[in-house]
Design a binder for this molecule. Structure first.
Ligand SMILES: *[C@@H]1O[C@H](CO)[C@@H](O)[C@H](O)[C@H]1NC(C)=O
Ligand SMILES: *[C@@H]1O[C@H](CO)[C@@H](O)[C@H](O)[C@H]1NC(C)=O
Ligand SMILES: *[C@@H]1O[C@H](CO)[C@@H](O)[C@H](O)[C@H]1NC(C)=O
Ligand SMILES: *[C@@H]1O[C@H](CO)[C@@H](O)[C@H](O)[C@H]1NC(C)=O
Ligand SMILES: *[C@@H]1O[C@H](CO)[C@@H](O)[C@H](O)[C@H]1NC(C)=O
Ligand SMILES: *[C@@H]1O[C@H](CO)[C@@H](O)[C@H](O)[C@H]1NC(C)=O
Ligand SMILES: *[C@@H]1O[C@H](CO)[C@@H](O)[C@H](O)[C@H]1NC(C)=O
Ligand SMILES: *[C@@H]1O[C@H](CO)[C@@H](O)[C@H](O)[C@H]1NC(C)=O
Ligand SMILES: *[C@@H]1O[C@H](CO)[C@@H](O)[C@H](O)[C@H]1NC(C)=O
Ligand SMILES: *[C@@H]1O[C@H](CO)[C@@H](O)[C@H](O)[C@H]1NC(C)=O
Ligand SMILES: *[C@@H]1O[C@H](CO)[C@@H](O)[C@H](O)[C@H]1NC(C)=O
Ligand SMILES: *[C@@H]1O[C@H](CO)[C@@H](O)[C@H](O)[C@H]1NC(C)=O
Length: 652
């Protein structure tokens, strides 16, 4: 009776909850995933109400008709499908999203293309990685008037022509990365009036000499072999907002549409600047334009005239060949906020600026909106005053890995050989708006007094200036604004480091030095993060820890030689649940041994409690002695009793 009820319950449960195979999900769900289940064919008896079916990463080679009238999304990517029978999709009337990526659609092309042709309602189609040639792709794209997104990455297309998209004119997003495209016939994309996003990265395009896609907002031509990019002038507003021409062979700046909405321009990893000077470059760009559009009556400086109108906010020119800074060209970009000029070959910034009215007067150029400037990895030895004065809005300046020396008010007491740079130093005090400055790896010899006076620096990175002397007044004037200070890897010892009271400082990194004591002034700061890795610390000032502990969240301590038995600081940090991310790598020593600090923390008393300055008995030793004595007495007592109480014993 009971058993009967039970089996009825089980039956009821399985009816209400449904029970499918390995990929089976809840009965009420309209999704089903059979991803990576070693299937060699589409499972039978699929729920006819399914809306989404994932059969990706299996071993399905052939697809025959199956009926799922509600199915909207089908993922067959990562199979080995070479034959889709002509009628396979006939009963998938509502299918909108089909993923056929990573199959072998080029094999039985006749049948495959007929099958796909019946899917007139598709909105997204992924046929990437299928070995498709131009002709094959064209066949698969028949009857696709609703298609919105198409991915053809990783095929073998060579030439794009209008016939390819003749029956898929509503495409909005088109990805054809990583093919062999070296030619785009005229009028290929023009009929795609809704096209917004076009990705042709990783192909073989050598030039673009007639860019006319007014409708496109995003264009990616990264990693081709593009040598130049030219837009013939017209009076139409282009929608272009993002243009990626990185990793190409550009010798010249691109000639962009006269009227555009371009905000992000990626030109990194090209050959820009390889020509001598800015003036030469501008002339060359203009004559190139003239050649390409076969224009004889050209206005004087077409390139600059257009450049001036661009609403660009971001330009990446890193990893190019600039030996001189294109001051005028870049200053024409009135909205430019971020300029990445890292990893070029600048050694100087010469003020080669054309003098307009009065040829005897130096013209001050201004970068009106520039907030973030990255000049790392150039060979700069000096930034001239005119350049600093041009940066009226600058907030972030990255000068890592150059050879700049900051100016300051040097006092006569400094050693003579350290003042020889006096005339070649950089006057950072000019940058009134500057907040974040990276001067790491500049081989700075000395940080002179008041080096940053005039700025309101929030963060300062001075890392890896091996052998830098820091004058005790160096941070004067920014001591109240500094929140983050990095003085890592400058080989400084504690007698060489004296810092002012910095009441805003929340992060300090003094790692990789020879310090054995923290600067006493740190007690002034509401520190949250302290990094003292790889120094000569034996202990950390307990009273400092106590003072700053209210705000402290994280301390990095590994790579020091701490005394386990002088580690009240550690107990406090540990008790306050301050994060010590590298404690398992941190070591400390006792008289007997070295151990990791996490090991020590497990039983501090065991290692240290009786050790007082090397005198007295070691606690561990004492425990062992005590144990030994106890066990010995117990054994004695036991045997004693045995001897006394054994019946018949007469020996006493
Ligand atoms: C089915 O999948 C779609 C898209 O992946 C998701 O938005 C939806 O929440 C899923 N439904 C259920 C019931 O899991
Ligand atoms: C698929 O086959 C492989 C190799 O035979 C096996 O290791 C794996 O467990 C199988 N996966 C499933 C879900 O059956
Ligand atoms: C198709 O599936 C692949 C994984 O196999 C995935 O990378 C790709 O994004 C999918 N395509 C679409 C349009 O979702
Ligand atoms: C094109 O797709 C529609 C469904 O949207 C279908 O009715 C029609 O038969 C298809 N045309 C061809 C030639 O297969
Ligand atoms: C396009 O196809 C490639 C290769 O299969 C894939 O990695 C990428 O995620 C796809 N892109 C989209 C947007 O689905
Ligand atoms: C352009 O495509 C490349 C290659 O896929 C990619 O790395 C890059 O992020 C894309 N650029 C933009 C701006 O999206
Ligand atoms: C360039 O224009 C001139 C006349 O303006 C014409 O004679 C010549 O054929 C054109 N060249 C090309 C390549 O179109
Ligand atoms: C500039 O480019 C370099 C190299 O790609 C990169 O590391 C750095 O983060 C970029 N700087 C900015 C401000 O984007
Ligand atoms: C502009 O005038 C200054 C001052 O006379 C001069 O040093 C500089 O060489 C001139 N620049 C050019 C490009 O003529
Ligand atoms: C600290 O460094 C300075 C400068 O390198 C050196 O003169 C001094 O002897 C060092 N002090 C100690 C205690 O090592
Ligand atoms: C430091 O902690 C104190 C007390 O909790 C708090 O008032 C102060 O705002 C904190 N300072 C910072 C910079 O977070
Ligand atoms: C502890 O480590 C230090 C430095 O690594 C080493 O000089 C010392 O000999 C070690 N002491 C013991 C007892 O292993």
């Amino acid at each position: 009776m009971i058993r009967h009820t039970f089996s009825n319950l089980v039956l009821l449960w399985s009816i209400t909850h449904g029970f499918y195979g390995p990929g089976g999900i809840h009965h009420a769900s309209k999704n089903q995933s059979w991803n990576n289940q070693n299937l060699s064919s589409v499972p039978l008896d699929l729920d006819v109400r399914l809306r989404r079916l994932d059969l990706s990463d299996n071993f399905i080679t052939q697809l025959h008709a199956f009926a799922l009238p509600c199915l909207e999304e089908l993922d067959l990517s990562g199979n080995q499908m070479d034959l889709i029978s002509e009628a396979a999709f006939g009963n998938l009337a509502r299918l909108e999203h089909l993923n056929l990526s990573r199959n072998r659609l080029s094999v039985s092309l006749g049948s495959n293309s007929k099958a796909l042709r019946s899917l007139g309602g598709l909105r997204s189609l992924d046929i990437s990685m299928n070995g498709l040639s131009n002709g094959a792709a064209e066949l698969l794209l028949r009857n696709k008037s609703s298609l919105d997104q198409l991915n053809m990455t990783g095929n073998v297309l060579i030439k794009l022509s209008p016939s390819l998209f003749g029956e898929s004119r509503s495409i909005r997003s088109l990805i054809i990365e990583d093919n062999l495209i070296s030619e785009i016939a005229p009028q290929t994309f023009e009929p795609l009036s809704r096209l917004e996003s076009l990705n042709l990265a990783r192909n073989n395009l050598a030039f673009i000499c007639d860019f006319t896609l007014h409708q496109v907002k995003y264009l990616n031509l990264s990693r081709n072999s593009v040598e130049f990019f030219v837009t013939p002038e017209d009076a139409v507003l282009y929608s272009l907002e993002v243009l990626d021409l990185s990793h190409n062979k550009l010798l010249y700046f691109p000639v962009l549409p006269k009227m555009n909405r371009l905000k992000y321009l990626h030109l990194q990893n090209n050959l820009l600047g390889a020509l001598d000077s800015e003036a030469v470059m501008v002339t060359e760009v203009n004559s190139l334009y003239q050649d390409v559009v076969n224009e004889t009556t050209l206005q004087k400086n077409y390139f600059h005239a257009n450049w001036r109108l661009m609403p660009l906010v971001y330009i990446d020119l890193s990893f190019n060949r600039f030996a001189s800074f294109p001051l005028e060209t870049l200053s024409l970009l009135n909205s430019l906020e971020t300029l990445n000029f890292s990893h070029n070959c600048l050694q100087n910034i010469n003020w080669d600026v054309r003098n307009y009215s009065d040829p005897r007067q130096v013209r001050q150029i201004i970068f009106h909106s520039l907030k973030h400037l990255d000049l790392q990895g150039n060979g700069l030895t000096h930034l001239p005053l005119l350049f600093l004065k041009a940066l009226t809005q600058i907030e972030t300046l990255n000068l890592q890995d150059n050879s700049l020396q900051p100016c300051g008010m040097l006092s006569g007491s400094l050693p003579k050989d350290r003042i020889d740079f006096d005339h070649f130093c950089t006057a950072f005090g000019q940058l009134k708006t500057l907040k974040h400055l990276n001067l790491g790896e500049n081989n700075i010899k000395i940080l002179p007094p008041n080096a940053f006076q005039g700025t309101s620096l929030v963060s300062l990175n001075l890392a890896k200036n091996l052998h830098m002397l820091i004058h005790e007044m160096a941070l004067e004037a920014v001591q109240t604004t500094l929140q983050s200070l990095i003085i890592s890897g400058i080989n400084i010892n504690s007698s060489g480091l004296s810092l002012p009271c910095m009441p805003a400082l929340t992060e300090i990194n003094i790692s990789n030095n020879k310090l054995n004591a923290t600067p006493s002034s740190l007690g002034c700061s509401p520190l949250k993060v302290i990094d003292v890795r790889n120094n000569d610390f034996m202990t950390i000032n307990y009273s400092l820890v106590e003072v700053v502990s209210t705000n402290l969240t994280t301390v990095y301590i590994s790579g020091n030689h701490f005394n386990c038995c002088d580690s009240r600081w550690l107990t406090v940090l540990n008790d306050m649940r301050i994060e010590l991310p590298d404690i398992s790598q941190a070591e400390c020593f006792t008289q007997e041994r070295n151990l990791t600090m996490s090991e020590y923390l497990k039983s501090p008393l065991f290692y240290c409690s009786f050790e007082r300055d090397g005198q007295g008995v070691h606690f561990g030793g004492m425990v062992i002695t005590l144990l030994f004595v106890t066990v010995f007495s117990l054994v004695l007592i036991f045997f004693g009793r045995k001897l006394c109480c054994t019946p018949g014993s007469s020996v006493v």
